[in-house]
Design a protein around this ligand. Structure first.
Ligand code: SF4
Length: 176
């Protein structure tokens, strides 16, 4: 016991060191996104995540944006609990028959201007679930989609890049 105690005092903690270069690039990306949101909207960007039938893999990557490593809220990107407070709907998964009406009602409850982002290969065209009797198809089969972010699942960095591209393109065109 004394030996273990002594070892715990002299050994470094068993944790991984943070990837410093990527963290800096990520901070720059998230700052650009926050600034673009303030320029376009005059405030933070509010995001509502909608799972229309995914395997939850895409959700894990989206949730990672709020963990202590990414912590995107410090850059002015907030996930909100209600579509009535949202600017962007992040929709994952193929749209299942059971979730179709819920997705449509969520869209109708979101105030304009609003954008729909289809996250993941399944949201783009049904992915590996395409053709299933239980699925309608990709998100564009139900809602007008402003941006597709491909990947299975897309990484948190890919999600931030996609949102930034969305806001930059939205500044030059109409939105709903
Ligand atoms: S794109 Fe991949 S991770 Fe995302 S819902 Fe489909 S199968 Fe799951």
């Amino acid at each position: 016991m004394r030996k273990l105690l002594f070892q715990s005092l002299i050994q470094p903690p068993l944790t991984e060191t943070a990837p410093a270069a990527e963290a800096a690039a990520l901070a720059e990306l998230a700052t650009s996104l926050g600034n673009e949101a303030r320029r376009r909207l005059g405030r933070s960007l509010s995001v509502r995540e909608v799972d229309a039938g995914s395997c939850n893999g895409c959700e894990l990557e989206i949730h990672a944006l709020n963990n202590s490593f990414y912590d995107v809220e410090r850059f002015g990107i907030r996930f909100v609990a209600s579509p009535r407070h949202a600017d962007v709907l992040l929709v994952t998964g193929p749209v299942t028959l059971n979730m179709r009406e819920a997705l449509e009602r969520t869209y109708q409850a979101t105030p304009s201007p609003k954008w729909v982002v289809a996250v993941g290969d399944c949201a783009a065209d049904g992915g590996m679930f395409a053709g299933s009797y239980a699925c309608v198809g990709g998100v564009s089969a139900v809602l007008p989609v402003d941006l597709h972010i491909r990947g299975c699942p897309p990484s948190p960095t890919a999600l931030l890049k996609g949102l930034l591209a969305l806001l930059e393109s939205a500044a030059n065109g109409p939105s709903r």
